[in-house]
Design a protein around this ligand. Structure first.
Ligand SMILES: [Zn+2]
Length: 224
């Protein structure tokens, strides 16, 4: 397969609503630290959004809508032929027909967001959640409360991904399909505890306001 080009897309991932929670590893919990920490950069210790989280979520949303494989098994699509497999990669090595075309980079906080965090002296919030005893209407003494760490709403992250185009690929079709994935993400959630309102995000294009799905649909109209 001959590589025709690599398209780069940049933008901003905006945390809206009630904050974003992408869990990190729990090593040793110090006094006053959350039992359920978020993922942080190993050197700067600042919160970030792993590219794999965004890619995996968009993939799974598109699969639940379009992949028969996934709808039956609940597992990632392994057909090797559909748009999900072409763009995001095929899970079954024997059925791979082409290399995966998408790369999502880790999204680090924008300089503006880092400034806000520095001024406030915090870069995350700790939310305490209590499990309610249904019969007594009281908090369970033994189970709760638990502390969840999350990225505060209003935080922005520099977002980017790239798309490899091979000769014979239908570029416009890829943009339209990806646009749908980004739009589904904006209506669903990223990270954990989505049913409790976490993880509302919007990814916008380079201008900082056009939603990525609209931007990609415009791209699609331009290449055709
Ligand atoms: Zn497939």
């Amino acid at each position: 397969m001959k590589l025709a080009g690599i398209r780069e897309f940049r933008g901003v991932l905006k945390v809206l609503g009630s904050g974003l929670r992408i869990g990190g590893s729990k090593e040793i919990v110090g006094i006053g630290e959350a039992e359920n920490p978020i993922i942080r950069h190993p050197i700067t210790h600042l919160p970030y959004v792993p590219g794999s989280s965004v890619k995996g979520k968009i993939r799974s949303l598109l699969e639940s809508k379009y992949s028969k494989d996934t709808q039956e098994s609940g597992l990632p699509c392994k057909c090797g032929e559909c748009l999900v497999c072409q763009l995001f990669g095929c899970g079954d090595a024997k059925r791979i027909q082409s290399p995966s075309r998408l790369v999502f980079r880790d999204a680090q906080p924008t300089s503006h967001t880092r400034e806000i965090w520095e001024r406030a002296g915090v870069d995350s919030e700790h939310k305490t959640e209590v499990l309610i005893d249904r019969n007594k209407g009281l908090a369970y003494g033994r189970i709760g409360p638990r502390t969840m760490e999350r990225i505060p709403a209003g935080s922005d992250f520099d977002f980017s991904f790239s798309l490899r185009i091979f000769e014979g690929d239908n570029e416009a079709e890829y943009y339209r399909f990806l646009a749908e994935g980004f739009e589904l993400l904006s209506k669903h959630y990223l990270g954990g505890s989505g049913s409790r309102g976490y993880g509302e995000v919007l990814i916008v294009g380079e201008d900082g306001q056009t939603p990525m799905h609209e931007f990609l649909r415009r791209q699609a109209a331009q290449v055709k």
